[in-house]
Design a protein around this ligand. Sequence first.
Ligand code: PHE
Length: 472
Amino acid sequence: MQQAEKKQRENWGSRFGFLMAAAGSAVGLGNIWRFPYLTGENGGGAFIVVYLICIVVVGLSIMTAEFAVGRRTGLAAVGAYKSQNKNWTFAGALGVLSGFFIMGFYPVVGGWSLAYMVKSVTGLLAAPEAIGDVFGGFIGAPVEPLAWMIVYLAINLVIVAKGIAGGIEKAGKVLMPTLFVLLLFIIFRSVSLPGAAAGLSFLFKPDWSAVNGSTVLAALGQAFFSLSLGMGCMITYGSYLNKKENLPSNALTVVAMDTSVAIMAGLAIFPALFAFGMEPTQGPGLVFVVVPSIFAAMGSIGTLFSVIFFAALTVAALTSSLSLMEVVVAYLIDEKSMPRKTATYLTSAIMAVMCVLSSLSLGVMSKVTVFGVGAFDFFDILTDKIFLAIGGMLLAIFVGWFMKKEDLKDELTNGGTVKFGLFEVWYNLVKFVIPVAIAVVAYFGITAIAQKSLMIFGLLIILVLAIFSKKL
Ligand code: PHE
């Protein structure tokens, strides 16, 4: 099965194909939906500075490390760990669980994006004052968002069941650059609105009083989420990478693309938000309220742009959720010898149930909570604030302490044929600095955060996985 998998991925062939796949996984709702609202909730500029530090120090190093582990072992997450050291299987399994849980809410938001594509032409933009209320009413409704989520999930299912991402790859190659251009256009509109300057200073004048342990953990978690790290996704992609490719430079390219899109989303949204006198702390609705409001002020051409924007956002989300689903499905195929179709149907069915709960938790089921949070926040907080960061820490420990330094050097320099001048810096970061830094951030984050019991529950899950890892 591993073999069959490999053949498929080789279809992505060229360097461009790989970069698009990895960047496609990275660039998604994390950049355009999540990054702006986290920035808004966490005080703006200071959060961005902390985020950028996390990206450069931790994200880039871990991305490089994941590519190296993947290409060295030629295996997907669980197999990669297992092949090196049986006791580490759980770290791969934690990745699979993260993928699974992220898919417990991601398709809900993917569904919103699909819905907004259609809503853009069915009157949403005609009543600009109501855009905020429309969003609140829509996501809390019992049926409509569920229907969109199912459509979104079904698209994932069809593509993953076929095992060939060709179509979506092609769509991505057109729509990702489109998204980029549209963002540039929106930025231009946004910053030229009267009153936009307040948004720029919100983004670029750090207010350090807004930063505490929980903000730093949010920034670290967002770095992992946005770069698709800490859950084996990039290990899997690395395993299909040609021996001639320069791993550190590919990692740098993906990180640079992902980070530029996030910053661009911030630049598109905040100037307009302040110009419209809206609240930066409004949470998950941010992009769904601000972007349509910008387009609403532009007449019929705005409608067209709005449709294209949400179409592009949907495709960006799809290229990410496909990679998430694939991590789970690949595990069932490789380790449990399940046929691809069975694995896809089974995982999609369970994900659909989790997503129904997540969606309803924003409306009719808002009173039903576990550890003080509804289903949506449960999956979101568990993965983003614990699993991915701990997954990244485990990977760093594994690479730094359980793999041979010469092997790593060999892998990262393609047997000495390409230069990686920062090898020693990277190695020491991964071996010493990153594990300690993540542990410290997690500790202070957990002590500062409101959902402590949920965080402790998350740590327990990891412990249980570690204990039963031999069975996985
Ligand atoms: N990086 C994706 C995004 O920003 C989400 C994702 C996380 C995808 C983890 C794969 C693995 O939307």
